[in-house]
Ligand binder design. Structure first.
Ligand SMILES: Nc1ccn([C@@H]2O[C@H](COP(=O)(O)OP(=O)(O)OP(=O)(O)O)[C@@H](O)[C@H]2O)c(=O)n1
Ligand SMILES: C[C@](O)(CO)[C@H](O)COP(=O)(O)O
Length: 229
């Protein structure tokens, strides 16, 4: 496996659950767009040598100017999987390890990026950061009736970045029509083992308005990081 690490950032979503008009990746968080924060974190890792961003198709130039010439920007697709696939294809040929990281997780700590990349480089073909779930989770049927209650101690909430050997992720994306909601789900369908490592509370996804309030509050109370808040 080539040990050069690249990152792809799906950032082409509309942010419908967040609302507010502006595409979510460009929504400011304490004055700086979420996407910029996510990309800066990836670039701050000494292990990541290339970042490709999938932007809303009409905003490719705007995003390119925001991120500067060191980041390749491609037009994203209709679904997250489409955006990831386009960005994967734009990575340099000699990238052997790929991190897939949501623009919508702007407070992800750099040490989590390093931990995922290092675990793949150590020989694990697929690596995801996870946290225990706090709520009880029910499986329900189409009528809203409870089917079963899985044991909570066997459940985990999944974050990004998710890290993969590039050849495995490429093979997984041949089945990208499967009804899964993360990249590791496609890899699991290949029968490839997926390794979990501890996630980070700050790596939560900004999905709904309350998440934005939480992110702003965390930034307001944290120390400046690399000169930025
Ligand atoms: N067609 C899409 C859809 C999503 N994403 C990206 O995938 C990540 C996770 O998606 P999510 O949080 O669901 O973002 P949105 O799709 O924008 O949110 P919503 O479903 O509320 O519209 C985000 O960084 C988002 O920009 C993408 O690149 N292309
Ligand atoms: C990939 C992901 O962030 C892992 O938790 C999540 O599944 C994305 O889901 P979304 O509905 O596209 O936000």
């Amino acid at each position: 496996m080539n040990s050069r690490v690249g990152a792809v950032v799906p950032a082409a979503g509309r942010g419908e659950r967040l609302g507010g008009g502006t595409p979510k990746a460009l929504r400011p968080l304490a004055g700086r767009p979420m996407l910029l924060r996510a990309v800066e974190t990836l670039l701050s890792s000494t292990l990541v040598s290339q970042v490709v961003v999938a932007a809303p198709p009409t905003l490719v130039d705007v995003v390119g100017q925001l991120l500067g010439s060191g980041v390749r920007v491609v037009p994203g697709g209709a679904e997250r999987v489409d955006s990831v696939r386009v960005a994967l294809d734009a990575l340099d040929d000699d990238i052997g390890v790929v991190l897939v990281h949501d623009a919508a997780r702007p407070l992800t700590p750099a040490k989590l990026v390093d931990a995922v990349a290092t675990t793949v480089l150590d020989g694990h073909p697929a690596v995801i950061p996870v946290l225990p779930v706090a709520d009880t989770i029910k499986e329900i049927d189409a009528d809203g009736r409870v089917v079963r209650t899985p044991r909570r101690d066997g459940l985990r909430a999944v974050q990004t970045p998710q890290g993969f050997r590039r050849d495995i992720l490429r093979a997984a994306y041949a089945n990208r029509d499967l009804p899964v909601t993360d990249d590791a789900g496609l890899v699991e369908a290949l029968g490839v083992p997926v390794t979990t490592i501890p996630g980070a509370e700050e790596a939560f996804k900004v999905t709904r308005p309350a998440d934005l309030v939480l992110a702003e509050a965390l930034l307001a109370h944290s120390l400046p990081r690399d000169g930025h808040r």
